[in-house]
Design a protein around this ligand. Structure first.
Ligand code: MRU
Length: 354
């Protein structure tokens, strides 16, 4: 199952509407970059790698629908589309990474007005396929860290739905399960959007992996009781020193894991590292509408008083010293991160250029 896919006959992007899961599995079709930006903003598509690839296809939609005759006019339109897409959500760096890669692909002598759309679509398709390959590579590397019998706490949704297919942290769990390991997952429900209770639980049911949903604030209890072997999560942006932004609650989970000497691993493709930031303080943190917190109902009634106000940061920063290692497609990255992260990422970028 792919979370998102280009439909060639109609030149549209089709994606699973994650707002409706698990009650309904509905696919929506998008035909403009503005519609893709709106789908990202409203979280019909979500998860750092998935929104990156969605944005790449958003660029393909812009290229396909462009009515500009000249190459210069076309490029002006593409820069407009890039701007619309990059501003859809601020935290996941994959969005800017994907859009920049498309723009770079257009900056070659062989690209003309006539073949520009084909080039953009080809790059977007390549990025979608690479995403699946990268996830499978990380899953194999990460599965080696999972004991034969293990209880894992997992935060947010990092599965096939958060990527093009397979997933990051959930991909590791899926691989360990397929290798015959007896993995039990404690699924953080992940307030306020409930990506854990809705999406991770839905995926785990499909894969036949045993799990139980826990409230986010129960994680410390299970860790303290010695009932957890590994903590796994993904990230939306990782600074050069290993500080990472991930779904709100990751910081508290990582703190509780360290306090109880349980290893916390971040499973992160190289596209999620942002070497332009030396540490996590400059990572922009998205604050989403208060309604997402206030609309919670209990026994059919709204929990919060009508006049209540709320704060809703969508991400937090987990300092690098709470992370045991990063699982990436380039291998395991261990401390000291400020030395190893730039070294490993830059040498792989140099290899790609050679
Ligand atoms: O707000 P979301 O649901 O887009 O946040 C997603 C996460 O925080 C994931 O953990 C992160 O993108 C890594 S998953 C591949």
């Amino acid at each position: 199952m792919r979370t998102l896919e280009w439909i060639p006959d109609e030149n549209v992007l089709e994606l699973i509407d994650q707002r409706l899961l698990p009650a309904e599995l509905v696919k929506i079709r998008l035909s403009s970059c503005e519609q893709v930006a709106e789908a990202i903003r409203d979280m019909a598509v979500r998860g750092a790698p998935a929104i990156g690839v969605a944005a790449a296809f958003g660029m393909a939609l812009a290229a396909c629908r462009s009515e500009e005759d000249s190459f210069d006019g076309f490029m002006k339109h593409m820069r407009y589309a890039a701007d619309v897409l990059v501003h859809a959500r601020p935290t996941a760096v994959n969005l800017a990474w994907a859009v920049e890669r498309i723009l770079e692909g257009l900056n070659h002598p062989g690209v003309t007005r006539e073949n520009a759309f084909d080039k953009v679509l080809e790059t977007a398709q390549r990025m979608a396929n690479e995403d699946v390959e990268v996830n499978q590579r990380m899953a194999k590397i990460g599965a080696e860290l999972i004991p034969e019998q293990a209880t894992v706490i997992h935060h947010c949704n990092t599965g096939a739905l958060a990527t093009v297919d397979w997933g990051t942290a959930l991909g590791v769990i899926r691989m360990a399960h397929e290798q015959g390991k007896r993995v039990h997952v404690l699924v953080d429900e992940t307030r306020p959007g409930l990506q854990g209770a809705r999406l991770t639980a839905w995926e785990l049911s499909h894969y036949g992996i045993p799990y139980e949903i826990i409230t986010d604030n129960a994680a410390g209890y299970f860790l303290q009781k010695g009932m957890v072997d590994v903590v796994l999560f993904g990230a939306d942006r990782v600074a050069a020193n290993g500080d990472l932004a991930n779904k709100i609650g990751t910081y508290m989970l990582a703190l509780a894991a360290r306090e109880n000497r349980v290893p916390a691993y971040a499973v992160v493709p190289s596209s999620t590292f942002d070497l332009s930031l030396s540490d996590g303080t400059a990572i922009p943190i998205e604050e989403r509408p208060a309604d997402e917190v206030l609309q919670l109902t209990w026994k059919g009634r709204r929990v919060a008083p009508e006049e209540a106000r709320a704060r809703n940061p969508a991400f937090d920063i987990t300092p690098h010293d709470l992370i045991k290692a990063f699982v990436t497609e380039l291998g395991l990255i261990t401390p000291p991160f400020d030395e190893h992260i730039p070294k490993i990422l830059q040498s792989s970028a140099a290899l790609r250029r050679a």
